[in-house]
Design a protein around this ligand. Structure first.
Ligand code: NAX
Length: 322
């Protein structure tokens, strides 16, 4: 299994590499070849991570190679974790941010199209994750669209963790939470169909909290981490990426999770937008959980986040990035 990690010299890449090499994604019997794709400024850090990977003597780690071009980096990749992106810096307008990331994710999508393995699966972590994934997917016409996903599993895991904490319940007793829409402040963590040990979650924690402060807390958890920790989420983000890819391969059985993937029109989300929806995984593919009843409150929240995604799509289209 060849796994390419972009931005492998950065924080999340560094945290993810050791778990991939240890067998946390593909299990204890699957050797892994790691490919670390970096820009020149990040190569030293990636080289350092490679030295430490050697020092772990992971029995499953077949090789570690560093690349600085997407063509080499994605050659033969079965899994591509696109973590490296251009962060927003002072004075940067949203259009500048989208354009800078278009220059990264367009060529990476093309290289995946031309050089990756036929069964490649792509997870975009680098922000703005949904729209970066959309750009990459649009440049990879030969890869089935549903193999391009963006990470909302961190939001999902945050939503589970915070609900468990509030209810004094075990994480394992929680199911049926959905993160809808964009990995941004407009995301909608939806408890309408969630259960805690089989009881409706909103009955346990109350609508006022579950449809009020809770939504805000989950959506702004990244900012809370920055404020308290003095830096952005790293280990939890890497952990979510590991969860996402592991479930994609191993399946989720009956449990549900959330993934941003190209819409096929379910729940009224315009086709092609990479929006987070409720899913299960089986036989190596995500399956949208269809038929959930969406009440007026949820509809409004979902629509607001989807509108934001549509506007991002319009902007990258106007900028000629897709
Ligand atoms: P870092 O700045 O520590 O690392 C980014 C790395 O990417 C750097 O080493 C840089 O050299 C490299 N890079 C930049 N452009 C590249 C390119 N074209 N090809 C290959 N490598 C490239 O950031 P880190 O904390 O690791 O975060 C990475 C990304 O994850 C950011 O965009 C961040 O916003 C995003 N996040 C996404 C989350 C999600 O849930 N979807 C949550 C966590 C995180 O905020």
């Amino acid at each position: 299994m060849t796994v390419t990690v972009t931005g492998a010299g950065g924080q999340i890449g560094y945290a993810a590499l050791f778990r991939i090499a240890s067998g946390a994604v593909f299990g204890p019997d699957q050797p892994v070849a790691l490919r670390l794709l970096e820009i020149p400024q990040g190569v030293k850090a990636a080289e350092g991570a490679a030295l430490e990977l050697t020092d772990c003597a992971f029995p499953l780690l077949a090789s570690v190679d560093i690349a600085t071009t997407p063509e080499v980096g994605f050659d033969g990749a079965n899994v591509a974790l696109l973590v490296g992106s251009r962060p927003r810096t002072a004075g940067m307008e949203r259009g500048d941010l989208l354009a800078a990331n278009g220059a990264i994710f367009g060529p990476q999508g093309r290289a995946i199209n031309d050089h990756a393995a036929d069964d490649v699966r792509v997870l975009v972590v680098g922000n703005p994750a949904n729209t970066n994934a959309f750009i990459a997917q649009q440049h990879a016409p030969d890869v089935p669209a549903e193999r391009f996903t963006a990470l909302t599993r961190l939001d999902h895991n945050r939503a589970v963790g915070l609900l468990a904490e509030r209810a004094g319940a075990a994480v394992a007793d929680i199911d049926g939470i959905t993160i809808w829409g964009n990995h941004s402040a407009t995301q909608y963590p939806d408890l309408s169909h969630a259960t805690i040990a089989g009881r409706p979650a909103l009955d346990v924690v109350g609508e006022e909290w579950g449809r009020g402060a809770y939504i805000d807390r989950v959506a702004k958890r990244g900012a809370e981490i920055i404020e308290v920790r003095g830096g952005s989420s790293v280990a939890s983000a890497a952990n979510a990426a590991i969860d996402h890819v592991r479930d994609w391969f191993a399946g989720t059985a009956a449990a549900r999770t959330s993934v941003a993937l190209p819409s096929t029109g379910a729940y009224g989300i315009p086709e092609g937008l990479i929006a987070s929806v409720p899913v299960r995984a089986a036989s190596g593919a995500w399956q949208v959980v269809e038929g959930l009843e969406i009440d007026a409150f949820s509809r409004e929240k979902i629509d607001a986040s989807v509108r934001e995604l549509e506007s991002e799509r319009e902007q990258v289209t106007a900028l000629g990035l897709v």
